[in-house]
Design a protein around this ligand. Structure first.
Ligand code: AKG
Ligand code: FE2
Length: 436
């Protein structure tokens, strides 16, 4: 495979180029007639559609996205070298972080409980987290989207691609004890299924063993490098069961990797929550009960690492499988930037588009913790130079980094970490207390 290059660095696609015209022609030829229902799309679906558009690329649409990197002169190079940029919305408020080295944090009054920590990770830390995601997280006993269909090597796909690139990986045989894989999209991405939000009352469900999804019967053996391109998610911590969209605590899983947990706790500790929630909000039934103690007692116990190719999207959904429904979900972006849409309690609320760049952390807590959100667009040509070129002044082995940068040339990674159980409630594989 030829070494990929960083794409579309300093200008939008050349709309007069033969390749653009050819792609446009193909697009127009395959265009479906406008359905009578398209005007009745919900505001969230409408926004998704606008950001997904390839012809022409949604440069103007993205210009309306909240892009807090514009407020940081240190990121000027990163912003100007790519051709996607958003804007700064009125009302966005800076909060002073406790973490002295990283001084920026932003809240948006229309989205209570949202905190954005731009450039939360330094370039060196981003590289380290990328390594952790590919080498350690996407490996047994953690489950990935590929485990349903292939017998993956115990050393993990990344190590296999590096050490035994020509060794085929066999598809898994169909077994009579499995059930069809309903919750998996065509390429291992997720599709929507409606299930009730988790609560203390649904704990018994979390403890009951869940059937494995059925492997696809018609898959050829594949090389590790080919399968890496099909890697879409890896569970970390408590095992998430995609078919039923709930946790499966009957499955013993290692905890969230230490270095991921440390980063997420650092993000939660850095936020001055008293500036996010006023004391009145913390009253019982308020916006985020217990926020005063998050700095001490936030303990992530589950998460998903999402791997997006440049054309991949994540449709509108609510993460409601966690028993604790207000503690922060910490989401860290790596590699290519994206547009993240954050709506409201229903798809009828017009979403706020946010441009998330590599190293940014986004925290959803309190009211917005169970709001609709999704990723309609990975922004091609947005890989920052420090993930591609040698790191200035850092003692890093660029040869060791080379396969990671090649992978990132077509990828966005998102580390999405949650706390399923509130402090003191430890259940099943995570300890052994059953609620009354
Ligand atoms: O990729 C992202 O930024 C969001 C991912 C997400 O919403 C999820 O994993 O539930
Ligand atoms: Fe989500």
């Amino acid at each position: 495979m030829p070494e990929p290059t960083r794409t579309g660095r300093s200008c939008p696609p050349d709309t007069s180029s033969p390749s653009y015209r050819k792609a446009l022609k193909h697009h127009l030829a395959t265009l479906q007639p406008v359905s009578s229902s398209s005007s009745s799309l919900s505001p969230f679906r409408g926004a998704e559609k606008r950001f997904k558009t390839r012809f022409p690329p949604p440069v103007e649409e993205v210009r309306g996205a909240l892009d807090v990197a514009l407020l940081d002169s240190a990121r000027e190079g990163e912003v100007t070298e790519g051709w996607w940029r958003g804007c700064v919305h009125e009302g966005v408020r800076e909060v002073r972080l406790r973490d002295k080295e990283r001084t920026r944090g932003y809240v948006v009054p229309s989205v209570p409980g949202l905190v954005i920590l731009p450039a939360f990770l330094l370039p060196r830390e981003q590289r380290q987290l990328v390594r952790c995601c590919l080498q350690d997280a996407a490996k047994l006993p953690n489950e990935t989207n590929l485990d349903t269909h292939y017998v993956l090597p115990s050393e993990g796909l990344w190590a296999a691609a590096r050490d035994e690139p020509d060794e085929s990986i066999l598809p898994r045989a169909v077994s009579a004890t499995t059930i069809p894989s309903e919750a998996e999209g065509e390429r291992g991405r997720r599709t929507l299924i409606a299930n009730p939000p988790a609560s203390v009352g649904s704990l018994a469900d979390l403890l009951s063993p869940k059937a494995a999804a059925a492997p696809s019967p018609h898959l050829p053996p594949s090389l590790p490098g080919e399968l890496l391109q099909k890697l879409r998610w890896a569970n970390i911590g408590a095992s998430y069961h995609w078919t039923s969209k709930s946790y499966d605590l009957s499955r013993c899983s290692p905890p969230v990797p230490g270095e991921v947990a440390v980063l997420c706790k650092r993000a939660v500790r850095a936020v001055p929550w008293e500036e996010v929630y006023t004391p009145a909000d913390s009253a019982p039934g308020g916006q985020a009960p217990g926020w005063e103690r998050w700095a001490e007692d936030y303990a992530p116990d589950a998460g998903i690492v999402n791997f997006y190719g440049l054309a991949d999207t994540l449709m509108a959904h609510v993460d409601h499988s966690e028993v604790d429904c207000t503690r922060p979900l910490v989401s860290i972006s790596l590699g290519h930037a994206c547009v993240f849409l954050l709506g409201g309690a229903t798809r009828d609320v017009p979403p706020l588009p946010i441009l998330l760049r590599s190293g940014d952390a986004l925290l959803m807590s309190g009211p917005c913790r169970r709001w609709y959100h999704g990723v309609p667009r990975v922004l091609e040509g947005s890989l920052p130079g420090y993930l591609w070129d040698a790191l200035e002044g850092e003692d890093e082995d660029e040869r060791e980094w080379a396969p990671f940068r090649t992978y990132l040339a077509r990828t966005r990674i998102n580390v999405n970490v949650r706390q399923v159980f509130p402090p003191g409630m430890e259940v099943g594989g995570l300890a052994g207390v059953t609620p009354e």
